[in-house]
Design a binder for this molecule. Structure first.
Ligand code: PEP
Ligand code: MG
Length: 558
């Protein structure tokens, strides 16, 4: 859709889907002057009554929201409602009102007294402090006749726009009423993004200019393109909704295998973290596992799991896909944001993302990698499968050569991840040693753009649509094509249906994504030809940034 008559704001798409609805915004914590004045003796009973009514109103509203919510969200809201009527702080506030304090001051002082106490007690008690603050703000706002802070309960399905959202704001989101989410801050791995993904609410984060769109305005949110359009032409909005509905329908009916509309095969694989996820992936049209993140199995371990323990865990994943389709096991990618307590990470790294992580751990601790490869070989033998094994964070052809020798000596098939620009640039030299490449666009974006992938402020730089990142993808894919070896993508880029088509156009031979993303990716790819993918890829490479790149791809792929 064009909607050129109105400004289109660009952000980072997190959850696909299109919605057209009015904006609601969370209320801010109330700014209330707490007067030093005393309430006259005869008015104190009425002031206490006003306070009790305000606390009850807040509790009732929270309970109503709990009734709309399900699961953990319902529990959180019900617990907060109970806390809003907790006798301890209510009694403390009433005592202050009886002594002459105005209700708002009494609430603030009473709750603050409990916040102090809970903070000192620590542990579980300290975790209630955020809830107490939330209740304090809600009751004070009610007393002052101000809108309730936090996410209001809309009367009609609405799109929630906010600078960012706190856990308390997001706990009670009802996907039937909050049908879209957009934030000014936040990255693809922010709290908002995680909750939105869990709830399946279309979401765009890091939208610059969003703060100017006030409550009540109609917006068209496109969680696939990463755009928010204020006051669009209603007929264009209806057309966009219709197109989105049709693609969701197509995804439901897509059963694989992965291929473009004109029959160019592209394996569509699943990213998993354990046997349970692999079994769940087997229920989808996934043709195998493209990335088994083994380090995620051991994040809570103090000591290294034995070879036998590891083999049993890896065998579960291999078993889920035994009897044909390929499974790619990645060796431990420990370090940076995923430290393992038993991996012997240096404690004093100033910059862990550029430090000893992934394959680099093997330099000081070669036994760790050797034992993991022994475990993979044992699991392969036990399940009678032939897994591929790849190393994370490879920077040089020499590292690839050493790794390949270790893998081949166990009768396994070696590959490496392309996550560092150096490795992408010299992919040809690396392919002299290994049988396949898998491009990790999450880290490739981080290292290409010199921007922390966890940073909200830098989310536009770490957007996988950055043309520089895609130019490196093309180099690696071409190197693979030149020698007839597969080059897949297993970073988040492969989960974006539009970008997945562009990746195919750049020459990648497989796409690996979270199981939930697979049907939409496969369905989208089946609607375009290989030539369209190639044209889209070239159009994208000629752009100056992610927003323009998405528009260019949409222009070619429709
Ligand atoms: C990547 O970097 O794209 C990748 C798939 O690895 P991880 O996200 O586990 O770092
Ligand atoms: Mg990575």
């Amino acid at each position: 859709m064009s909607a050129l008559s109105v400004p289109v704001l660009h952000g980072v798409p997190v959850v696909p889907g299109v919605q057209y609805a009015p904006v609601i915004r969370p209320g801010r914590p109330p700014v209330v002057e707490l007067a030093d004045t005393e309430i006259a003796e005869p008015d104190r009973a009425a002031e206490a009554g006003r306070f009790r009514a305000a606390a009850t109103a807040v509790a009732d509203r929270l309970r109503a929201r709990a009734a709309h919510a399900t699961g953990a969200a319902a529990e959180v809201l019900a617990a907060t409602a109970t806390l809003a009527q907790d006798r301890a702080w209510i009694g403390a506030a009433e005592k202050r009102i009886t002594a002459g304090a105005p209700a708002a001051r009494a609430v603030t002082e009473a709750v603050d007294q409990f916040i102090d106490m809970f903070t000192k007690l620590g542990g579980l008690m300290a975790e209630r402090v955020t809830d107490l603050r939330d209740i304090r703000d809600r009751v004070v706002a009610e007393l002052a006749g101000l809108p309730e802070p936090g996410v209001p309960l809309p009367d009609t399905p609405s799109i929630l726009c906010a600078p960012d959202l706190a856990p308390a704001d997001t706990a009670g989101l009802d996907p039937d009423l909050i049908v879209g989410l957009a934030t000014t801050l936040g990255g693809p791995t922010s709290h908002t993004a995680i909750i939105a993904r869990q709830l399946g609410i279309p979401c765009v984060v890091a939208v610059s200019g969003l703060d100017a769109i006030g409550s009540g305005r109609m917006v068209l949110l496109d969680g696939t393109a990463g755009t928010v359009t204020a006051d669009p032409d209603p007929s264009e909005a209806a057309a966009a909704l219709d197109a989105a509905r049709r693609s969701a329908e197509a995804a439901r009916h897509w059963h694989g295998p992965g291929a473009t509309g004109d029959g160019h095969a592209v394996a569509i694989l699943a990213n998993v973290a354990d046997g349970a996820a692999a079994r769940a992936a087997r229920e989808t049209p996934a043709e195998g596992i493209g990335l088994f993140r083994t380090e995620l199995c051991f994040l809570n371990r103090d000591t290294e799991p034995t070879v036998e323990e590891q083999a049993a865990i890896y065998a579960q994943v291999l078993e889920a896909f035994s009897g044909g389709p390929k499974v790619v096991i990645r060796t431990l990618d420990a370090g940076s944001d995923k430290p393992l307590r038993f991996a012997g990470h240096p404690l004093d790294e100033a910059n862990p993302a550029l430090g000893v992580r992934g394959i680099r751990i093997a330099a000081d601790n070669p036994g760790l990698l050797e034992r993991q490869l022994d475990a993979v070989a044992a699991a392969a033998e036990k399940t009678n499968t032939e897994p591929w094994v790849m190393a994370p964070m490879i920077a040089t052809a020499d590292e690839a050569k050493r790794f390949a020798a270790q893998v081949r000596s166990r009768g396994l098939t070696p590959g490496v991840m392309i996550e560092i620009p150096a490795a992408a640039l010299l992919a040809g030299a690396i392919l002299d040693h290994v049988d396949f490449l898998s491009i990790g666009t999450n880290d490739l974006a981080q290292y290409t753009m010199a921007a922390d992938r966890m940073s909200a402020e830098l989310a536009t730089l770490t957007d996988p649509w950055q043309p520089a990142v895609l130019a490196l993808v093309e180099i690696a894919a071409r190197a693979g094509a030149a020698v007839g070896k597969p080059v897949g993508v297993c970073g988040e880029a492969a989960a974006d249906p539009l970008l997945a088509c562009v990746l195919v156009g750049l020459g990648v031979t497989s796409l690996s994504a979270a199981a939930a993303a697979i049907p939409a990716v496969g369905a989208r790819l089946s609607t375009v030809t290989l030539q369209q993918c190639r044209d889209a890829a070239q159009a994208v490479l000629a752009t100056a940034g992610p927003g323009e790149a998405r528009a260019a791809a949409l222009g070619v792929l429709g």
